[in-house]
Design a protein. Structure first.
Length: 354
């Protein structure tokens, strides 16, 4: 099984299938067939293009894998996630996939589900404590490393950059922030990093970037830890007269994380310079794949998989399937030793949506 599987035909069916699911952020049911195992998927939020893409892919893969699907949306609220888990229990699901945004506070919910022998797969985030059947995510430290290598190369090892951090209550925010800082200190000590906590909030990110650019007009790089900050960042750069092409000396190099269609278009147009493509399609696919495997009592161990990823043991009893997440640039070049793929590469899920 290869990384990409007939996405062109799958994409054509997405909008019709999405009508059957909770694409707008509510709850719903998709039945694959009579007698199919019933699983629950809690969508973590529906206010970003990345998560809306994940929501669209989920019912497609549930049908392909022969699963019946119940869905909820916890809307970035751990209390609602707890309530949604209770709803799934009452509906008799055989397994649950979730993407807890607060990776510490989810522990009691995981403990309750474990006591009821309901397997859990977490997507995109890894719980700080507690056990789940499998974590499906990419190597988020590599996200920060790749962004650092790209910016460090473009700035020739000197200058100032702003890092618009995600929520530091999330393992993703911590991984990306720590890896970016570590890489800059080690490899590009002449680059000064202004770290700005944003709580994954685009309005906060835009306000802090505006403040930094006012205080330091010589800033030449921005690392957005997610596309949540994309619109606001571009608006701030435009207001500052910095919305210029990469060959203009005023250009501010911008790296994002997600790989949504808008980012890929912005890279091609020269509005931003790079992103790291999180596989929204594969998150949906392998969350359900591992739920089905858990129901069937299958087991896994660390090592390479048949779908171009690596399963690692992150702590005793907890496995994580780290799916590939490539650096994406306009030219597909290599930056600081990190290879990239072109923004128009057809292997990228973002080129099959939007």
């Amino acid at each position: 099984m290869r990384l990409r599987t007939a996405l062109s035909s799958t994409a054509a069916a997405l909008s019709a299938l999405a009508l059957l699911s909770a694409c707008g952020g509510g709850s719903g049911t998709v039945s694959a067939s009579g007698g199919a195992p019933l699983v629950g998927v809690d969508y973590p939020r529906s206010d970003t293009d990345f998560w809306n893409s994940y929501i669209k892919y989920t019912p497609t893969y549930a049908k392909q894998l022969g699963l019946s699907l119940k869905t909820t949306n916890s809307q970035n609220d751990v209390a609602k996630l707890t309530a949604d888990a209770q709803t799934f229990i009452s509906q008799g699901v055989k397994g649950i996939a979730m993407a807890p945004q607060d990776t510490a506070a989810v522990a009691p919910t995981l403990a309750q589900l474990a006591a009821k022998k309901i397997p859990v797969v977490t997507i995109d985030t890894r719980p700080d404590s507690g056990k789940v059947f499998m974590v499906v995510r990419a190597d988020n430290r590599a996200y920060g490393e790749k962004a650092c290598r790209f910016l460090g190369t473009k700035l020739e090892g000197k200058g100032k950059v702003v890092m618009l951090e995600g929520g530091l209550d999330s393992i993703n925010g911590r991984d990306r922030t720590e890896a970016f800082n570590d890489c800059m200190r080690k490899n590009y000590p002449g680059v000064k990093v202004f770290g700005e906590a944003t709580k994954w909030d685009g309005a906060i990110a835009a306000q802090k970037l505006q403040t930094d650019l006012t205080a330091h007009p010589d800033i030449k790089g921005v690392y957005m830890e997610s596309s949540f900050a994309l619109s606001g960042t571009l608006q701030v750069l435009k207001r500052k007269g910095l919305s210029v092409g990469p060959k203009d000396p005023r250009h501010v190099f911008v790296v994002s994380n997600d790989g949504i269609p808008e980012e890929l278009k912005d890279i091609a147009a020269g509005h931003i310079d790079a992103t790291v493509s999180q596989p929204a399609d594969l998150y949906a696919k392998y969350a359900l794949y591992y739920l089905k495997a858990a129901i069937e009592k299958k087991t896994f161990k660390p090592g390479r998989t048949d779908h171009d990823s690596t399963i690692v043991q992150v702590r005793p009893g907890l496995l994580e399937d780290q799916l590939p997440a490539p650096l994406v640039t306009v030219d597909g070049g290599t930056y600081g030793g990190v290879p990239s793929v072109r923004s128009d590469d057809t292997s990228l899920w973002g080129n099959h949506l939007g």
